[in-house]
Write a protein of this length. Structure first.
Length: 285
């Protein structure tokens, strides 16, 4: 099928983009960046925006910046930018490992990190990374810019707290300490499919015991999130198979899995237990 007719706008500055969105958002204006979610739904006429505001020409949104304590990812940065580490240390390695699991290579050439968060699919790898690392999001409109914690951005599957005239302009990820270890594991029925369940874990290893653990799950519930109960199990303990199984069990007990045509809630609970254990196992050398 072909999309319904629409008016196309291509601003070249952020100021032009937010002004265009302020004008056209009430008329079902949409932002187009990577387009890997929006364009297919338009082709099926599940979405019929009257205006498309293409921000690919806004150069200031295409950069990755490294500050003293954070990595800042602009709205135009493609998934493919992370095929190689974009920053030294654990964070660069983590992003480079996770990106290999996102869809297929051609999609990674167009889809964007920020677009994934704006789309808010619970099975999005970047949504899980952002939730696990407590990312901060910058949203910009004609009223100015505001910072939003990722836990406040994603309300539920495919739903965010962005106002209709706001553009998600960047994501800020904290840099990870040098002694950080991480593990990531996801389960999907076929390579490139959305995950039915996935987990990202990070922790610091100090004097042989776990410090600052983070245990995140995605694809299990309507929103990716950290599981505090599992983090409490890990804190201050020496890594071991028994410890990892206990943390995975804590996740299974704490999760409130969703049920859909792809999997039942009970199946997702079992998957959550498995992906967390395997992510923890992958964190070891």
């Amino acid at each position: 099928m072909k999309p319904a007719s629409f008016e196309y706008h291509r601003p070249t500055t952020l100021e032009e983009a937010v002004k265009a969105l302020a004008e056209y958002a009430p008329q079902d204006g949409r932002i187009l960046s990577g387009g890997q979610s929006l364009v297919p739904t338009m082709a099926l006429r599940m979405a019929k925006p009257a205006h498309l505001i293409d921000i690919n020409g806004v150069r200031e949104l295409a950069d990755i910046k490294v500050t003293e304590d954070a990595l800042i990812i602009g709205a135009g940065v493609r998934h493919a930018a992370f095929h190689k580490p974009v920053v030294d240390g654990a964070l660069g390695q983590l992003l480079s490992f996770v990106v290999r699991h996102i869809a297929h290579y051609p999609i990674r050439q167009r889809g964007t990190f920020c677009g994934s968060l704006a789309h808010a699919d619970p099975s999005s790898e970047w949504c899980l990374v952002s939730a696990t690392l407590d990312a901060e999001i910058t949203a910009t409109s004609v009223r100015g810019a505001r910072s939003i914690a990722v836990t406040e951005l994603i309300e539920w599957a495919m739903s965010t707290t962005l106002a209709e005239d706001e553009i998600l302009t960047s994501v800020r990820l904290p840099l990870l300490p040098e002694n950080t270890r991480f593990g990531f594991y996801e389960f999907s029925r076929r390579a490139g499919d959305y995950a039915l369940a996935m987990s990202l874990v990070t922790y610091e290893l100090a004097d042989g015991v776990i410090a600052a653990p983070r245990v995140g799950i995605g694809g299990v519930e309507g929103v990716p999130r950290r599981i505090a109960e599992a983090e409490e199990v890990l804190l201050g303990q020496k890594p071991s198979p028994d410890l990892f199984r206990a943390a995975a069990e804590a996740v299974a007990n704490a999760a409130d899995p969703m049920s859909d045509l792809q999997a039942s809630a009970n199946y997702r609970r079992d998957l959550a237990r498995t992906v967390v254990r395997r992510a923890l196992e992958r964190s070891l050398p």
